[in-house]
Design a protein around this ligand. Structure first.
Ligand code: AHN
Ligand code: ZN
Length: 335
């Protein structure tokens, strides 16, 4: 398919250059094709279970679903359970889910994203919804959907190609996926009492940065995914990522531009500074970036952010594809 496309497109490009000599050949990636329909189905399945808010049965059921899916794709799954408290003192039981491929390998790449969903639609236009849990299709669901599809692609590659698969030919390279819990239960904007600080967000990654799922765990670098499935989404180079892991930002943005997703990964100087799970990974000594979706029209959080509209209706397969294919390109070009 791809090769045929190049055969058709190249003469057109040459014609467009007025018959001048072609000095560059089209880049052909070695990575498999990320299946956005598959990623989308994983987002839909999480949403169908119900909002994954702390201390709920849907939360627990979805944790089991995620762990089972990663196991289906050949991963070793670690559960990191811990207790924490919300801004108002409510005790919560957290579960960070860590899925590892090529567990013995010393060089590792870490992908992460939160799997809990926000217990309150506190940015909804209707005040009546401000205390209602959200589906978190984009905010939570999309990152897990992309990570599951990345794992499935690595597993499928291994099933199909055996000894010549990516994982088999890179025995010193491992890939980890961490699904953070309790990221999105930070102090609601309507709260009149309790802690309103930044430390009320990202409780799962805060715990992990102090105590890894495996003693001494480290990775070459980390890529945290957040809101990677929205409509009219663009990713800017976020400032904390630029401060702590500029080479990782460069690597990911270059990969996206190489394979034709430059429109999604912008080099414009608009990236804000976001308190997200990548901060904790950096605090733990692993350079980590945040690939966080913003609204292409105003550069702010997506319009559905922390509203009842953050549901499966507003998930874009094109955005899932752009992010997922870029991550496969990053993996497949790792030495
Ligand atoms: C704060 O609003 C402090 N951080 C944004 C991180 C976030 C929330 N990402 C998704 N939901
Ligand atoms: Zn959120």
């Amino acid at each position: 398919m791809n090769r045929l496309l190049y055969i058709l497109v190249l003469p057109l490009l040459m014609a467009g250059c007025g018959g001048g000599k072609v000095t560059e050949t089209a880049y052909v990636s070695a990575a498999p094709s990320f299946d956005e329909d598959s990623a989308y189905s994983y987002v839909a399945e999480q949403c169908a279970i119900g909002p994954r808010v702390m201390n709920s049965t849907a939360h627990d059921a979805c944790g089991d679903y995620i762990a089972a899916k990663f196991r289906e794709f050949g991963a070793t799954v670690y559960d990191q359970y811990a207790d924490a408290r919300l801004y108002d003192g409510t005790p919560v039981r957290m579960r960070n889910i860590v899925a590892s491929l090529n567990v013995e390998a010393g060089g590792r790449i870490l992908f992460s994203g939160h799997w809990d969903s926000r217990p309150w639609a506190d940015h909804d236009r209707e005040e009546a919804n401000w205390h209602t849990p959200i589906d978190g299709a984009n905010d939570g669901g999309s990152s897990v959907g992309v990570m599951l599809e990345l794992a499935r692609q690595l597993w499928k590659d291994k099933e199909e190609r055996g000894d010549s698969s990516f994982l088999a030919t890179h025995p010193d390279l491992g890939v980890d996926f961490i699904c953070w819990d309790a990221e999105d239960c930070g102090t609601p904007s309507w709260a009149k009492e309790g802690d309103s600080g930044e430390s009320t967000w990202c409780l799962g990654s805060q715990y992990w940065s102090g105590k890894r799922h495996v003693d001494g765990y480290t990775a070459r670098y980390g890529i945290n995914l957040d809101m990677v499935g929205g409509e009219r989404t663009v990713f800017y180079r976020e400032q904390i990522s630029m401060a702590y892991a500029p080479a990782v930002v460069d690597k990911v943005w270059a990969a996206a531009h190489r394979i034709g997703y430059g429109k999604y990964f912008s080099y414009d100087d608009e990236g804000g500074q976001v308190i997200d799970d990548h901060v904790q990974v950096n605090r733990g000594g692993i350079p980590c970036i945040d690939v966080i979706g913003t609204d292409a029209e105003n550069g702010g959080f997506p319009a559905t952010w922390h509203t009842m509209n953050d549901n499966i209706k507003y998930i874009s397969k094109a955005t899932l594809k752009a992010v997922g294919q870029t991550m496969l390109e990053v993996i497949w070009t790792e030495e």
